[in-house]
Design a protein around this ligand. Sequence first.
Ligand code: FES
Ligand SMILES: [Fe+2]
Length: 387
Amino acid sequence: MYINFWYPIASGEVVTNKEPHRAEVLGVKLVAFRDDAGNAHVLADTCIHRGGSLGKGWVKDNCVVCPYHGWRFDEDGKCVGIPTFADDEKPPARAKVDSYPVQEKYGIVFAFLGDLAEEERPPLREIPEWSQEGWRANKLVVFEIDAYYERSMENGLDPSHNEFVHPTQGSPTISQDLKREPLEVQDVPWGSEFIVNFENEVTGTEALGGHYKLEPEVLAGSGHIGPNQMITWINFSKDHRFSQYFFEAPINENRTRVFFVNMRSWLLEPENDNRITKVNMLIAQEDIDLLEELDPVRTPNSPSEEVLVRSDGAITRYRECLKEWTSRGWRIDMKSLSEQRGDRAFAIPSPARKTSKNWVQKPIPLVSAGKTSNNRVQKPIPLVSAV
Ligand code: FES
Ligand SMILES: [Fe+2]
C-alpha cells in the first residue's frame, strides 16, 4: 500500500455536517465530515488528547468533536476548543491532527493521502464521459471484498481470465492472432493501459439482462493510474460502449473497498440503471469468488514464486510502476506498522507536515527508498514463453 495517491474515502451522501463518517484506509482510521457550506473534509481519526476516535463523536459549528472530552477540531485538523480551558485560553499548538486535501467528484469524497505539495501530486483519474452527451452513469456502487487491492487491480488488468471466469460476458477469449504476440501495454502518466480484440465463444447470447446480443468480436481493455485507480473499456460496437471506473481503497492488507462508476453509451433511459448494475455486479461477483481464494493473499515478493506469461504483460507493467513508487519511499511498511501497533497511534503524513513541525502522532512507517534497489525498477520482469 502506498501513500501519496488519491483514495476514495466515502460516497458523498454519507458525509454530513451532523455525524462524522469513519473509514479505515491504508490500515489507518480516518474521519470525514462536512462543514455548513457543504465542503467535505477528511482528517486523521485519532484524537491527540488521549486517543479518542473522532469518528465516534459529532459535528458542530464546522468542527468534528471528540466524544471523550469534547475537544473540537476544525477542517485544518487544528484543535480550536478545549472545554476544560478558560474562555481566554488557547489550545496548545501541538493539539492538531492531519488534514488531507479533498476532491468530491462523481459522488465520491476522495482524499489525497500523503504529504506532497499540490504541484507534485499524481492525479485523480478523470471520468471524461461524465459530462459528455450520449453517456449515462449508473448510481455509484460501493462494495467490499476480502482480498488485497493489488490482487484486485491485477485482476482488472488481466485479459486472459474472462474466458474462464465470465460466462455472463459470453466467456470472451483473446483473439487467436494475438496469442503469440506480447500484450501491447502503453504507458500513460502515472500508469499504463492496453486494449485488444476479444472473441466471444458464446455468441448471440442474450446477455446483460436480455438487452444486448453478444457480437463475435468485442474490443476491450483496461488500464490503471496510480496503484488503485482502474478503468475497463468494453466496446461491444462503436455505439455500444461501457467505460467502467473502479476507485479502490485498500482498507488493510486483507480487505478492499471498491467504488464503482459505470458509464454507458447506450440503453440511456434511467429505467435500465438497476438492470445494468445487477448484471455488472453478477460479473464482479464472478471475479470476487476467485479473488477471495487467492494464495498468497498478496502478490509474492519474488518473480520466482510464480510463473508469469505474455498475457500477464499489463500486470508486469503495473508491478514495475509499484516498484518505482516504492523506490520513491511511498510504500507503507506493514510489518513495522503491525509490530508497533497498539503501543502508538500512526497517521498518514499530510502536506502540512512539510511546513509545520511538532506533530503528536508518528507518521506511518514507510519502506525506505534505500531498501529497494533502484536498478531493478527499470528492468522488466522476464516473461516465460507461453508456447
Ligand atoms: S481523547 Fe479526545 S478529547 Fe480527550
Ligand atoms: Fe473479471
